[in-house]
Design a protein around this ligand. Structure first.
Ligand code: G5P
Ligand code: MG
Length: 220
């Protein structure tokens, strides 16, 4: 069997990781693992991890490294026959070092979107919590306002999308991302994509990825 492609997408909260990831899955067939979606599903199910993580997430703080490493390692253990894309993990240098003990990454993409653009766009985000599907009142509206396209279930605004939490999340991202990116820069696998619109960043990401894996379609 040929080696399975393994990549990470980095970017500040609201930079479009979920948006770009869903297009990568559609056009390149990778499996998607979003640490935020996994945590939100644990919170919904009221598991021990969910109850512990909820208080950090609500206030825009990071869940402790040890919990995250355990959670993501167990998810990855079940994905050893597919190529994958990690979104939201690793988030700190300690998480990246823990990951590197078990996995060799092929590529790390970083979405570089200015904070002012992010603060504006997060106000319009609506989420279907059980699936992780994301909408935006203008950029990507649901077919029926307030309802998920596939299930018709209600959409919600994430607790941590309140202005105060968003600011804290952006500050934390800025503080942690330097050491994280330095590690991937040293390994020569980091590629930055600057921009203010996902629709403008996406064709560049698509073209770049084609240098690594064949596309099934797109870019749309
Ligand atoms: P998450 O869930 O990983 P964040 O903070 O990293 O959360 P988030 O908020 O999910 O990232 P995103 O995925 O980068 O943002 O962005 P998105 O959802 O695709 O886009 C944001 C909105 O903008 C959407 O409504 C989208 O439709 C819209 N949009 C996209 N592109 C455009 C555009 O071009 N124009 C416009 N107008 N709109 C656009 O983590 C959540 C929490 O979980 C914990 C932490 O507490 C964290 O805060 N956590 C971890 N803690 C420790 N370690 C980890 N590894 C952790 N992972 C999660
Ligand atoms: Mg996301």
């Amino acid at each position: 069997m040929s080696k399975l492609f393994k990549m990470v997408i980095l970017g500040a909260p609201g930079s479009g990781k979920g948006t770009i990831s869903s297009r990568i899955l559609r056009d390149f067939g990778l499996k998607h693992l979003s640490s935020g979606d996994i945590l939100r599903s644990q919170v919904l199910k009221k598991t021990d991890v969910g109850q512990m993580a909820e208080k950090y997430m609500k206030s825009g703080k990071l869940v402790p490294d040890e919990t995250m490493v355990k959670l993501i390692s167990s998810e990855l253990a079940g994905m050893n026959t597919s190529a994958w894309l990690l979104d939201g993990f690793p988030r700190t240098r300690a998480q990246a070092e823990a990951l590197s003990q078990h996995e060799k990454l092929d590529l790390v993409l970083s979405l570089e979107v200015p904070d002012e653009v992010i603060i504006e766009r997060i106000k319009g985000r609506w989420t279907h919590l059980t699936s992780g599907r994301i909408y935006h009142t203008e950029f990507n509206p649901p077919k029926e306002p307030g309802k998920d396209d596939l299930t018709g279930e209600p959409l919600v605004q994430r607790e941590d999308d309140k202005a105060e939490s968003v600011r804290r999340r952006l500050e934390l991202y800025a503080a942690n991302t330097g050491p994280l990116k330095a590690l991937y820069q040293e390994l020569g696998i980091l590629e930055n994509f600057h921009g203010t619109e996902s629709n403008e960043i996406w064709p560049r990401v698509h073209k770049y990825l084609q240098g690594f894996i064949p596309a099934k379609g797109g870019p749309f």
